[in-house]
Write a protein of this length. Structure first.
Length: 131
């Protein structure tokens, strides 16, 4: 039976209401979901959705290391699905910019600057260049 991502996203969203108390639970839910997810068996939301939500939760709570880890996993999961979307470049740029912010807060200024420059080189819209 395929593993479904949507309920896990709901659970981690609820747990995020008390992030400091529940961040280990959130991590375990994400880890278990990623381990049990089989993209060949389930055509609903891909792992990108799960990692995106977990990254946003950690980022909003200024928990930079987990946020960076989840954004990195999200970026790795982009694959063919996102590459075929018209907004693929904007999605990649958004994730890279979030990763740059995390790196900056973690004291990795050079990595943050490199990611930011990479994003700015790939920007096609005025809105993207304003970041």
């Amino acid at each position: 039976e395929p593993y479904i991502i949507e309920p896990v996203i709901s659970v981690i969203s609820l747990l995020s209401e008390n992030y400091q108390k529940n961040k280990e639970k959130i991590s375990k839910w994400v880890e278990t979901a990623a381990k049990n997810y089989d993209s060949d068996e389930y055509i609903g939301r891909p792992l990108i959705s799960l990692y995106s939500r977990a990254a946003t939760i950690a980022f909003n709570n200024q928990d930079w290391k987990p946020a960076l880890d989840y954004y990195s996993k999200e970026y790795e999961e982009l694959g063919i699905i996102v590459r075929t979307l018209p907004i693929a470049k904007e999605i990649k740029n958004h994730i890279k910019m979030q990763m740059a912010i995390c790196h900056k807060h973690l004291g990795n200024s050079e990595k943050a600057q490199n990611l930011k420059e990479e994003v700015l080189e790939n920007c096609e819209t005025e809105n993207c260049r304003k970041q």
